[in-house]
Ligand binder design. Structure first.
Ligand SMILES: [Zn+2]
Length: 314
């Protein structure tokens, strides 16, 4: 594997975290948005998550070639959120794996997501964000819109080229991938979304966790089951990984899983109380603080003892 210095780095910083294993951390100023990874499986090369834009996805593709001397031969989508799948079209000549439920959700949402990604809709969204930004009364209120606008404009710039590409190959609960390296896809049910896929490299004790484990970032709780997410974290701990490729933020470990557990427990506790939730001080420095209020509100809808719950209001 080449050194990380040789790699393209507008959207990602790549770091070798094992022999033939690279962690791609999304740069805050790039347009990839979510973390990624490249794994040499022996006679094939795996890419984990394909980022939000085609230009960042091209960088992942190039990293695969530079690091393993072959283009990606299989790709994995950890879940259906767009910042993990929009680069798929560059990898679609080979299988793109996702859990069965993730593919079902994407089929259910395909028409809606396709509309969301049309130039007209993206332009309208941008105009609305610009309006909200200028209506904000403080600098602190205006600031979060800078990143939102930058990302939306990056997607708009590629909208005519972009083709929402769904994963092609499903697995149900567990799938051992072919190759010399012991690499297994797993899903433990609803957590961040209704079905998130993990990649576990058993001998290397490295886990690719998607957004089930994020570091120094507020997780997004509004597409899955926050209470069952705690059960999923138990299963993750049971794998005894030493290093965890997070969905957002720096490389993680079991300590990062413990921090996720504390966060989820705190949100569930606040959701069971009435009144405006106050963000505990330890989470104020985490990225995406705007998620917090929505996370508590969503957890409240899950706790409410009434009728059938919506399957996916996010
Ligand atoms: Zn996500």
């Amino acid at each position: 594997m080449k050194s990380a210095r040789d790699l393209p780095s507008e959207h990602y910083t790549f770091e070798a975290i094992g022999e033939g294993i690279a962690f791609g951390r999304a740069r805050p100023e790039g347009t990839g948005l979510s973390n990624t990874g490249v794994v040499d499986l022996g006679h094939s090369t795996l890419v984990f998550d394909t980022s939000l834009t085609l230009r960042s996805a091209r960088e992942i593709h190039k990293a695969s070639e530079l690091l393993t001397h072959r283009p990606p031969t299989l790709t994995v989508n950890s879940h259906w959120h767009l910042d993990h799948i929009l680069g798929n079209q560059l990898f679609a000549d080979r299988p793109i794996y996702a859990s069965q439920r993730t593919i079902e959700i994407l089929l259910e949402k395909r028409a809606e997501l396709t509309t969301e990604l049309t130039p007209d809709k993206l332009e309208a969204d941008i105009r609305e964000f610009e309006r909200q930004q200028s209506a904000a009364s403080t600098e602190a209120g205006r600031r979060p819109y800078d990143a939102v606008l930058r990302i939306n404009r990056a997607v708009l710039a590629e909208a005519t080229e972009l083709k929402l590409t769904l994963p092609s190959t499903s697995f149900e609960k567990e799938l051992r991938l072919p190759g010399d390296r012991r690499a297994t896809l797993l899903t433990f049910g609803s957590g961040h979304t209704e079905s998130d896929t993990l990649l576990f490299l058993e001998q290397d004790r490295i886990l690719f966790a998607g957004d089930l484990v994020v570091a120094e970032n507020h997780p997004n709780l509004t597409s899955g089951d926050p209470a069952h997410w705690l059960v999923v974290l138990d299963r993750i701990e049971g794998l005894r990984p030493e290093r965890i490729v997070t969905g957002h933020g720096p490389l993680g470990s079991l300590e990062t899983v413990a921090a996720m557990r504390d966060y989820l427990t705190t949100v569930l506790e606040l959701a069971s109380q009435t009144g405006d939730p106050k963000m505990p001080s330890q989470y104020r420095s985490w990225a995406e603080p705007d998620q917090f209020t929505g996370n508590v509100a969503y957890a409240r809808t899950r706790l409410a003892p009434k009728g059938p719950q919506p399957r996916d209001p996010g």
